[in-house]
Design a protein around this ligand. Structure first.
Ligand SMILES: Nc1ncnc2c1ncn2[C@@H]1O[C@H](COP(=O)(O)OP(=O)(O)OP(=O)(O)O)[C@@H](O)[C@H]1O
Ligand SMILES: [Mg+2]
Length: 288
């Protein structure tokens, strides 16, 4: 019996191998995500976080291994089944990855147009709902991505990822590049959506504050495999990278910030965004 037979498991990856030329990125990697959880993915630069995400959503064909989403082996789907599966998840790529020649509304409408036969009026209504769902002002809908701030672009990207009522959202570094207040607000939005829509969230991040604030479990890419657990469990792992990451000064600061702002990100915590451990630029720089 595979793990996917468990109704709780929404994504099951087993014995995954990814190889580019002579470089082996993943080797016999096992990874699974439960319905409704927020799963963080961390690891040093180049350890294969983005490749793992891209492999699950079918943008990268693995050298070998099994990928099951909603209990279906993704390598055995017809093009039609594959499209149906794609409509059940949303993806927020780094930088929002919006089409720059389309307005926010047109960006959000794109997947609706592609996957449904809804009328123009209904599509428009859906777009309006999604725009307000992610906390964007109504007039943002008619703007082009270049006319928005970084935080607004992330929200617009999220609105597009949720356009089709996704059950799973994949987020690649959603808070990178945001100021601490913007990042805390984005975390809060993800949590709110997860709680109200019952979303399952898979989030690649370098942001320790996000990990502490919103992730139920965290997967650490190490030695071409994944170590998974709650932060409390991972901290007990005798691994130098994990120790440095979670128990180093920034890890401890994030832990303290979480203790002081529980539950999750409160309004007060957002008001004093400085409780986040460092400016994103610093956080990014230190990871390189
Ligand atoms: N299409 C590809 N062809 C060749 N090599 C690739 C390809 N995609 C990824 N790689 C390599 O696989 C490794 C993992 O890349 P990946 O983008 O998953 O890293 P990452 O963990 O997301 O890093 P970062 O934190 O810097 O974003 C890197 O060494 C990268 O160069
Ligand atoms: Mg990456």
């Amino acid at each position: 019996m595979t793990v996917a037979a468990d109704a709780q498991t929404i994504i099951n990856v087993s014995r995954l191998r990814n190889k580019f030329g002579v470089q082996v990125v993943h080797d016999q990697l096992d990874f699974s995500v439960r319905r409704g959880e927020v799963m963080g993915i961390v690891g040093g630069s180049g350890t294969g976080k983005s490749v793992l995400m891209r492999t699950i959503i079918g943008l990268n064909r693995p050298s070998s291994g099994l990928i099951e989403v909603f209990g279906k082996d993704t390598s055995k789907l017809s093009p039609r089944e594959s499209r149906a599966l794609q409509a059940r998840w949303g993806v927020l790529f780094q930088d929002g990855a919006l089409f720059s020649s389309l307005t926010v509304a047109q960006n959000i409408e794109a997947p609706i147009k592609e996957h449904t036969k809804l009328s123009k009026a209904l599509r428009q209504e859906l777009v309006d709902v999604k725009v307000s769902m992610v906390g964007l002002p109504a007039d943002a809908a008619n703007k082009y991505p270049s006319e928005l701030s970084g935080g607004m672009r992330k929200r617009a990207g999220l609105a597009r990822a949720l356009a089709l009522d996704a059950e799973i959202v994949f987020l690649d570094e959603p808070t990178a590049g945001l100021d601490p207040i913007g990042a805390a607000k984005f975390d809060e939005l993800i949590l709110e959506l997860q709680a109200t829509l019952g979303l399952t969230v898979v989030m690649v991040t370098h942001d320790l504050d996000s990990l502490h604030a919103i992730c139920d479990r965290v997967s650490v890419l190490l030695d071409k495999k994944v170590k998974v657990g709650t932060i409390a469990e991972l901290i007990r792992e005798p691994d130098p990278w994990i120790e440095e990451y979670f128990k180093g000064p920034r890890g401890r600061a994030a832990e303290t910030a979480k203790t002081h702002t529980a539950p999750h990100i409160s309004g007060a915590a957002m008001a004093e965004g400085a409780t986040r451990t460092a400016m994103p630029e610093q956080r990014e720089a230190e990871q390189i």
